[in-house]
Design a protein around this ligand. Structure first.
Ligand code: COA
Length: 418
């Protein structure tokens, strides 16, 4: 067995990209050898200096990549984020500290660069808490039992002068980015998408050996403005009794107004032959069930932690967002990596703005940076974390006050996997 020190961790060169892809696919238990066409397509994601590999005797045995992202916070501002992805360690080299080495290296560089947080989507819950990450948003998937929903297709179309039309992939690439930008200006938890995202989602660039071409529909308001868009696929299921029992699967659905969301969900739930609509990953407080005459027709089939956040700069993170109440709170933040720890005073004013400064005043709440990262986007309760022993109240009532400041009326949501 090679010792830990013999494994060299460094940014890969472009000529090592194919080996690096092979190592990543091996780590993710996917077919190791990809076609040249797919490797070439994925080369667009090669991030110089930030596509990192671990090499043992010339063989790539671990992969890690981070890239620049913007994350929307409560109030609609964005912060620069270090998005972590492509994390694998080959089974022969697991539990020898390779991930820890790659992560420490990346977080230190992100801090140095001035990123406010690091973000990721975790394959398994127990991996990332030790590095100061915490689950900051939740995703919910509903399966709609269409016959039970009680919709009358004659009345399911928009009643507000708006319309739903099918469009092509090219229209999605043209109209989608601006729609996503609109969503991003209002929805905490949403992350930026680059042009490549739109090319991959529409099949113009193929990252996977198979690609099922989706259908695309847009909702336009009475004024002709694009306010919503959905990409969905359908299966071909005639059951034993020779009757159509098709399932629609939503790849993604973006609505920037309730009217757009209503029109698109009702459209999907009233397509002939379709008996089930799987919603894809939505915010836990998505309006979908309540658009249906019988909301219980939408059953939650999965509910899971989604975007994990790791605060790197407490002052900028807390000043970027807005607050639901006026008040001051002193937070003692522990960070064993030494990146964001310290004692901070947050003062929120009645107009929602927050000022955060390092302080010597006595603390109201003591918590780890992972817990502060969880609370930051407003989806979790400090009172709940205190009950779990994950936040300590140094002043009676401080957790309740933290909730009044930090929690939001609608929940944060990250629609993307990265
Ligand atoms: C997850 C993975 C990257 C961890 O790599 P690794 O090099 O084995 O991790 P490390 O040796 O640095 O582990 C550091 C610590 O995390 C713990 N840990 C790592 N992965 C864990 C997991 N999946 N579950 C629970 N604990 C885990 C280790 O036990 C170790 O704990 P310790 O410090 O108390 O000894 C690797 O197991 C892997 O590639 N898994 C499959 C692909 C995957 O899930 N990737 C993540 C995508 S988000």
């Amino acid at each position: 067995m090679t010792s830990r020190a013999d494994v060299d961790i460094r940014p890969i060169t472009e000529s090592e990209f194919t080996d690096w892809q092979r190592a990543m696919n091996t780590g993710f238990l996917r077919e190791p050898t990809l076609s040249e066409e797919i490797v070439d397509a994925r080369r667009a994601q090669f991030t110089p200096g930030r596509s990192v590999g671990a090499f043992d005797g010339g063989r790539c045995v671990a992969t890690f990549r981070s890239f620049a992202q913007e994350l929307t916070v409560v109030g609609g501002a964005t912060v620069p984020a270090d998005a972590v992805t492509n994390v694998t360690v080959t089974a022969t080299h697991r539990r020898r500290g390779l991930l820890t080495r790659m992560m420490e290296r990346d977080l230190a560089a992100a801090k140095e660069r001035g990123d406010v947080v690091a973000t990721l989507i975790a394959a398994e819950y127990p991996i990332y808490g030790r590095y100061g990450f915490g689950p900051a948003t939740t995703a919910t998937e509903w399966t709609v039992d269409v016959p039970r929903a009680g919709l009358d297709p004659r009345r399911a179309g928009p009643q507000d002068g708006g319309r739903v039309d099918l469009v092509d992939a090219e229209d999605v690439r043209k109209l989608g980015p601006e729609l996503h930008e609109r969503l991003r200006r209002t929805q905490p938890g949403v992350v930026s998408r680059d042009e490549l995202w739109w090319q991959v989602t529409t099949g113009a660039v193929r990252f996977w050996p198979t690609f099922q071409e989706p259908y695309y529909a847009v909702y336009r308001s009475a004024g002709g403005e694009v306010e919503g868009m959905v990409a969905y696929t359908a299966d071909d299921n005639w059951g034993d009794a020779k009757q159509p029992l098709n399932t629609v699967r939503v790849k993604w659905l973006t609505g920037v107004t309730p009217a757009a969301e209503r029109a698109l969900w009702l459209y999907l739930c009233s397509i002939d032959w379709v008996v089930k609509v799987k919603s894809g990953w939505r915010a836990p407080d998505d309006l979908l069930p309540h658009f249906l005459p019988d909301p219980r027709a939408a059953a939650v089939t999965t509910q899971a932690d989604w975007l994990w956040v790791r605060m790197l700069d407490v002052v900028r993170a807390l000043q970027a967002r807005t607050y639901g109440a006026a008040g001051a709170l002193v937070l003692e933040v522990a960070d064993r990596a030494g990146l964001a720890g310290g004692r901070y005073r947050l003062e929120a004013s009645a107009d929602g703005a927050g000022v955060c400064v390092p302080t010597g005043e006595s603390a109201d709440l003591t918590l780890d940076v992972a817990e502060l990262s969880v609370l930051w986007l407003g989806d979790e309760s400090a009172v709940r974390l205190a009950a779990l022993g994950r936040v300590r109240e140094e002043r009676a009532g401080a957790a309740r006050q933290a909730d009044a400041l930090l929690r939001t009326s609608r929940r944060p949501w990250c629609p993307d996997v990265f």
